[in-house]
Design a binder for this molecule. Structure first.
Ligand SMILES: *[C@@H]1O[C@H](CO)[C@@H](O)[C@H](O)[C@H]1NC(C)=O
Ligand SMILES: *[C@@H]1O[C@H](CO)[C@@H](O)[C@H](O)[C@H]1NC(C)=O
Ligand SMILES: *[C@@H]1O[C@H](CO)[C@@H](O)[C@H](O)[C@H]1NC(C)=O
Ligand SMILES: *[C@@H]1O[C@H](CO)[C@@H](O)[C@H](O)[C@H]1NC(C)=O
Length: 287
């Protein structure tokens, strides 16, 4: 009698342990699943705003230190531009096509011709809706980013390789000259570049983001050439630049023949709603 009771008690005890263990497993399982879900959620959020804290400025007055090593090599830029880039993190230059000391560069190249070639790419459906990506993820959401784009890299673009974009090619050479000038004047060595044409439709925008993020690519300088030679204030589509030090903002009008240059890692920015048919810009990144 006693032995049987003892055995039953043992069984109940084992049953209790089993129940407890499965419960514990269940508890951990749930906890892990909820953790995985919250991680996924976080990832999703990061993807929507592909931005992490930019590296801190070196001090409150300067984002970076850019030392002029040879001021005789200045052509498009001057000393003040370099100071602006260091302190404000960006600079704006107008009349890009004509404002050069280089005689050869001053040869006729018109923004209308470049615009026409870009428009030709658009009309022949060479531009694709922009996607947002991080790691393996890729997705599309027009309320966040609504431009269409085509890459204009010589290594991959057939139209460039086969000489079908002579005006764009010349512009790209001029933009590349900026890279060479930065190399020669402030020792800004950059071997790799990437260029794209982006067109925003009426109502298009791109929410606040950073062109370079920690653990991601290593874009260092963003150079934007605006093609909107008939731009009017009511067309909108300004680029809003954020000062990471105090959150103050500056809006740059996307006026045709204007070049906007900023520090990709430091300057968060946003394309405000554009209200014209096609807001066009060619962007080159220096890595
Ligand atoms: C630039 O475009 C114009 C008109 O679109 C064309 O006539 C001209 O040949 C192009 N420029 C060059 C250098 O080919
Ligand atoms: C964006 O993704 C869509 C669907 O996968 C694709 O058709 C399109 O070419 C992508 N856009 C770019 C610019 O790669
Ligand atoms: C960069 O400048 C250095 C000299 O300062 C020069 O040796 C090098 O060829 C330049 N590179 C480019 C791409 O211009
Ligand atoms: C924000 O900080 C920058 C750099 O210190 C300064 O130039 C600018 O005036 C500041 N803006 C405001 C609104 O305080």
């Amino acid at each position: 009698m006693y032995a049987i009771r003892e055995r039953e008690r043992e069984r109940v005890f084992i049953l209790l342990i089993v129940l407890f263990k499965t419960n514990t497993i269940y508890f951990y399982l749930c906890r892990d699943i909820s953790q995985i879900l919250s991680l996924l959620n976080q990832r999703q959020k990061q993807q929507v705003e592909p931005t992490v804290a930019a590296p801190s400025p070196i001090n409150k007055d300067k984002y970076v230190e850019l030392k002029i090593v040879d001021d005789s090599k200045f052509n498009y830029f001057n000393k003040q531009d370099i100071i602006d880039l260091e302190t404000k993190g960006y600079l704006v230059k107008d009349q890009f096509l004509t404002n050069t000391k280089d005689q050869q560069e001053q040869q006729q190249l018109s923004i209308q011709d470049i615009y026409l070639e870009c428009d030709g790419l658009y009309e022949s459906k060479k531009l694709k809706e922009a996607n947002m990506s991080r790691g393996d993820g890729k997705w599309n959401d027009k309320s966040i980013r609504s431009d269409s784009l085509v890459w204009l890299n010589k290594e991959t673009n057939k139209d460039l390789q086969e000489g079908r974009l002579p005006n764009i090619s010349k512009l790209l050479q001029r933009i590349d000259n900026l890279r060479i000038e930065l190399n020669n004047t402030i020792n800004y060595a950059s071997e790799k570049t990437q260029t794209q044409l982006a067109i925003y439709p009426n109502g298009g925008r791109y929410v606040k983001h950073c062109d370079s993020f920690l653990g991601g690519n290593s874009r260092r300088i963003t150079i934007i050439y605006y093609l909107n030679y008939e731009w009017k204030q009511q067309d909108g589509g300004q680029l809003r630049l954020y000062d990471g030090r105090n959150g103050s903002t500056s809006d740059v009008d996307p006026i045709g023949d204007r070049v906007l240059i900023f520090l990709s890692e430091h300057i968060e920015h946003e394309v405000l709603e554009s209200n014209c048919d096609k807001r066009m810009a060619i962007t080159t990144w220096l890595y």
